[in-house]
Each structure stands twice: as C-alpha cells, then as structure tokens.
Design a protein around this ligand. Sequence first.
Ligand code: NAP
Length: 517
Amino acid sequence: MPIGINYLNLIDTRTKYKMKAKTALNPTIFVIFGGTGDLNKRKLAPALYNLFMEGYMPEKFAIIGTGRTEFTDDSYKTALEEAVNEFSRSGKVKKDKWEDFGNTIHYCPTDFAEPKTFENLKAAVEKYQKEFGAGTQVIYYLAVAPNFFPIIAECLQKYKLTQDEDNSRIVIEKPFGHDLESAKELNALLSTIFTEKQIYRIDHYLGKETVQNMMAFRFANALFEPLWNRSYIDHVQISVTEQLGVGDRGGYYEGSGALRDMIQNHLLQLLCLVGMEAPINFDADEIRNRKVEVLKAMRPFSAEDIRFHTVRGQYSKGWVEGKEVPGYRQEKGVDPHSNTETFAAVKFHIDNWRWQGIPFYLRTGKRLNQTSSLITIQFRDVPHQIFSSDVTENWQQNRLVISIQPEMSIRMQVQAKRPGLDMVLNPVDMVFDYKGTYEGDTPEAYETLLLDAMMGDQTLFMRGDQVEAAWELVMPILNTWESKKSINFPNYPADSWGPEEAEALIARDGFHWFNLP
Ligand code: NAP
C-alpha cells in the first residue's frame, strides 16, 4: 500500500523561471524544415499551439513550414489544424483561438536538392523581420533526416540567414551523427557556420517533466545528496522498455539499432543526471559541464568488458495482447538476416570518487513486456540486521524509483511494520505522483524545449562535446557488435523481458532488473 506524502515544498525552479517568458520574449520566426513531416505533425505543431494557448508565445511570431509537398498557406494551415486536433494533449483546437494562431502560419516550398528554393525562404523570413522590427529572432528547426543537416546549414549560410549571432538559432533533431566520426564532422561543419550558442541539439528526453525534476529532486532537497554516493548506493538501473516493435520504421532502424537509437543519447543523458556533481548554479554551461564530466569519467570498454558487460538482443515473433506480432526480421524494410539489435543491456562504471565500484546498468529494447522508463537507485543494506529472518521474509533494501513514463512518479521504497500484534516487516512505497499532486496536464517535452529555444536557454540541449563524449564511450561496443555478427539472433520472443543473458548480466552481481508492478 502506498503511503501518501506531502511534496508541496518541492521547489519547481523551472516553472518559476519560465513565468518570466510570458512577457519577455522577442518576436520570433519559426522556420520548420520538415514542416510536412511526421514530427511536425505529431509534436511540433501541437507544442506550438499549446504554448500559444497558455500564453507563452511571443506577442509577435510566425511559423514558416517548408517541404516539397504542394501546399498553399491555407491548405497548410488546414493540415496543421487536423494534426493538432489529432495529436494535441489539450484535445481539439478552440476555433476562435485557432483563427489567431492560424494567421501566423505560412508555407514555403523548399527543396534541398535545389538550393535556389532558399531564395523564397529568405524573402519570407525577411518579410517577417521587417514587419516585426529590430530584435526579431529566427529559429531554424531541422525536423528532417540527418543526411540533410549539412546541406541545410550550408544553404542558410549561403543565403546569409544566420549572420545575426544573437538572433538566429538552429535546432537539430536526433540522431546527431551515426558514429563518433560523423558526429565530429557535423560539429566541425556547424562550427564554421554557427557559434555554439546558436546550436540547439535536441534530446527530447531532457524536456520530460520527470527528467527535469531530477535536478529539483537532487539539488533542491538536502535529504538525498549526503546519501548520493558509493557509501550508500549499491547500484543504479536505468531501463527504457517499449512494447511496440519497429513498425514502419524498419528501414531507418536497420541503420541504427538500440545502442545508437537509445543508449548513446537518451539513457546516457539520464545517467548523467543521476551521476553528476552538484552545479554551482542553474546556468546552461555549468550544468552541461557537470554532465560532460560524468561522461569523461566513464570507464572505457575493453574487449573483455564488451564480452561480459554487454548483451544484445533481437525479438522474434510472438503474441502481444492476444495478437500475433512479427519478429524483427519479418518487419517491413528489415533484412531477413539482420544483425541489428533491438535490445541492449550494458553495465557501465563511473571512475570517480563519488561512484567508484558502483555499477550503472542500462537496458532498453523493443517488443518487451511493458512500456516504461524507470530510474532505480538501490541503496545499500542496513549495516546490521536486528530483525530475525521470520520477521523479514519480504526484506528489500531501500529503493528510490523515478518513473518517467507512462506513470510520472517518484517512489521511495522503505521497510515498515505491518499492522497487527506480530512484528512483521513489509516493503511499502512513499509515492509522489504527479497526477495526484498537481492539477492540470503536464506540458509535453517539446513544449518545454521549444520555449527554451525561444528563450535562448540551452540547459536542456546537448553541447557538442557532450554528444562526442557519449559517442566515444559506445563506439567500442558498436564496432564489436558490427564486426562480430550475433550467432543467436533472434534471441527473445515478443512480450518477454529480453534475452536471458540480460538477466544473467545483472544476476551475476547478485541483483535483478526492477520493473514497476
Ligand atoms: P518524415 O515524416 O519522413 O518527414 C521528413 C520531412 O523532410 C518531410 O517534411 C519532407 O517533406 C522533408 N523532406 C524530405 N526530403 C526533402 C527535400 N529534398 N527537400 C525538402 N524537404 C524534404 O520524418 P520525421 O519522422 O518527421 O523525422 C524527421 C526528423 O526528426 C528525423 O531526423 C527523425 O529522426 C527525427 N525524429 C522524429 C520523431 C518522430 O516522432 N517522427 C521523433 C524523434 C526524432 P516533403 O516530403 O514535403 O518534401
């Protein structure tokens, strides 16, 4: 039975900070490359609309969508209205408000294969710049396949669209690079066109409410920090599991895999939030410095580590909720002999004073038994057991479980006495549940990130050195997995918890993977 506790004193620093944005934002032009694509439809357009509805958009703003598909301004507006109706967390658009929002939307046909089409874009941007006046900022959002990142950046430079360092920014979707070399190349190219202050590399996980709360939780409470080290923590687990398979994205996923798609970015970012030292303030660079330090302190993988501390898997067909689902190799766009992993589990170490000897187990995979993202901090056992074994049958070390999705909660698992005449101990949960504590919807990660991009706040975006450090860490594993084909793929059925070797990886150290009931 969960015990309710009052978390009203938890300081939500970002909310306070953001309140300022309602009045302080410069006029903004959003240029969305990939304005006809899936990401814009499902995430960006609904996020901009919700920011508008809640009064966070600047007084003057314009949205310019681009793509090769033929649209007029009106038909594009209608397409976005349908998208918002379908995907917005706030439900269907409010007609009168949509009229106002819709008036800011413009469509500009652009083809990266014909850079001359950037002339039209330049004209559209300049028209709004003139209309909005001095200080107008332009945000170029690259919601397109990564092979287009360089050409777009070069065209923006060629057409002199990014010269104003203070008022032009580029937002880059994941994946940032395919490996260390390509990430370095992209960073090098971008640095010839933009300053680092202009570059916003998105990892949308960092915009999630619970992930942001990690900072508040760790650094706005005196309670946890004294315990947050190797003396009191036994091990850490970060587990991001999905019930879905690759679906229509088989072609994309074949060139990616679980390690590239999830661990190199999202899971390592979560690890940085758990592992980082306390920043001296809430400045973007201070926080990003602390995160890079974690990545730099992580133990590089030797061939032996890769053998014993990593597990890869690929799902075979199976049954999910009464429906038969195909194996990965039978999915559309996938090689029938594919070596791509749809599951990865890795044991990491951070070699510094705080974390020496404490394993960080990261696990992610598709077609698993549950969709959930959990960070579990397992504390050490009591130094001396005073209760007899019949009293402590259900004994469990203290755990802090941060659930990022679908449930948004933080739970502290402690031992308590079960009511009754006998002294019997039982693990119980003290739960901080977002839904129960706060009223109203929580904003989507993209709302937070788009607002931050408008505010010029890079805290939740990845710096170039951060991305490279993460690639550097995973490269030996990627290289080994690519050069040595797995001989036992597929090695876990749909709806399972992944390959048995992943259980063995953690069981060898005396632990087991934690899942929410
Ligand atoms: P998508 O649905 O395939 O959209 C691609 C966009 O690129 C379309 O708007 C397309 O416009 C445009 N495009 C393609 N070739 C072009 C060209 N030669 N000139 C001009 N525009 C061109 O892809 P997506 O799913 O939105 O993903 C976009 C990016 O976001 C990718 O990097 C992806 O990894 C990342 N991402 C996506 C999601 C998601 O939920 N979808 C989540 C996280 C990250 P036309 O077809 O009109 O030309």
